[in-house]
Design a protein around this ligand. Structure first.
Ligand code: G3H
Ligand code: 13P
Ligand code: ZN
Length: 334
């Protein structure tokens, strides 16, 4: 039986993105895999009155089960209201959908937005697959994010190599042919907590910390020029806060040279046509750092609530900070 996202109190991204592009801010897209992450996301969004995108990845579906995650998102809408958020604006989004079938199953099951990630395919195949997903999703008013250009990985010889960047000369044709609602682009971000190798960075002489190379804002500008007002998405946008890396490493972890996208660059991106910024790794780091610290400080604790509570609080603090100080989406969903 098909379920419409509207029955679940969810919204799609259409209006949200239009307002964000106009208003010069970005909507947070936070991944969730478990209850504590979801609670922290909803608490932060309700407190700041920020629209929010809940992202479910393939990894999350494998870990927690797609059905369970969808019901959790449905519950999150009610939880948000309980927290005093009168009109929660919550999107349930499939992150990195890898096939038409996966996207269809999410559309049928109450997701309000899906991503079809055809970025690794040859251009024409990406167009074809994206168009097929859009044709289906739009019948149910579900919005579709597509991707053009390949995000670099730290495993690449030359991470963030220019050849991976989205080619501005392709975007008009791609959007016209696919009719996608938003476009994820590659301008130097990448997934995970190791976005650049130390060789690609410089070092801050004062702190000795790695300083990553800047994002390709010239490419972003060229894309904006081709597609004025069109919603652009940035994946791989965790900042890998050094306080969390330190917390992990101090209490038994081993995350050498973890580095992310500096917040001032994301702030700059959020003011442009970038209207959705994906953050997952920062939540993982906040949670792991807090758990490691708690267990180290309290070796006798074995009730998961004892260490998951500070982890949840740390994640909430991080989400509030992103919303207010990086994305500027606070107060946009009253
Ligand atoms: O895009 C990547 C996200 O961080 C999700 O990763 O598939 O390990 O959940 P995951
Ligand atoms: P990070 O690994 O930088 O958090 O990126 C997450 C992401 O892009 C999810 O799609
Ligand atoms: Zn991603």
């Amino acid at each position: 039986m098909k379920v419409s996202f509207t029955e679940l109190g969810l919204v799609n991204t259409r209006e949200m993105f239009a307002k964000a592009v106009k208003g010069g801010y970005a909507i947070p897209a936070f991944n969730f895999n478990n209850m504590e992450q979801l609670q922290a996301i909803i608490q932060a969004s309700a407190e700041t009155k920020s629209p929010v995108i809940l992202q479910v990845s393939k990894g999350a579906r494998n870990y927690a089960n797609q059905t369970l995650l969808r019901y959790m998102a449905q519950g999150a809408v009610e939880y948000a209201k309980e927290l005093g958020w009168k009109k929660p604006q919550i999107v349930l989004h499939l992150d990195h959908g890898d096939s038409f079938e996966t996207c269809k199953s999410c559309v049928d099951f109450g997701f309000s937005s899906v991503m079809i990630d055809g970025s690794a395919l040859p251009y024409d195949e990406n167009v074809k697959l994206t168009r097929k997903v859009v044709n289906y999703a739009h019948k149910f008013d579900v919005t579709v994010e597509a991707e053009l250009g390949v995000l670099a990985g730290v495993e690449d010889e030359v991470s963030a190599a220019e050849s991976h960047y989205t080619r501005p000369e392709e975007v008009i044709d791609f959007v016209k042919k696919t009719k996608c609602d938003s476009l994820a682009i590659s301008i130097g971000t990448s997934h995970g907590a190791y976005k650049f190798t130390p060789e690609q960075c410089t070092r801050d002489p004062q702190t000795g910390r790695l300083v990553p190379p800047p994002l390709a804002f010239d490419v972003l500008k060229a894309i904006e020029k081709k597609l004025p007002g069109f919603p652009i998405v940035l994946h791989g946008s965790s900042s890998v806060p050094q306080e969390y890396v330190d917390m992990c490493n101090t209490y038994g972890g081993n995350l050498p040279n973890a580095v992310g996208i500096p917040e001032e660059q994301l702030r700059k991106a959020a003011k442009s046509a970038v209207c959705k910024i994906n953050i997952d790794s920062d939540s993982r780091l906040a949670m792991t750092g807090a758990i490691r610290k708690h267990l180290s400080d309290n070796p006798g604790h074995f009730d998961p609530r004892q260490y998951l509570k500070p982890a949840r609080e740390e994640m909430k603090k991080m989400y509030v900070h992103k919303i207010i100080n990086v994305l500027g989406s606070n107060g946009k969903a009253r």
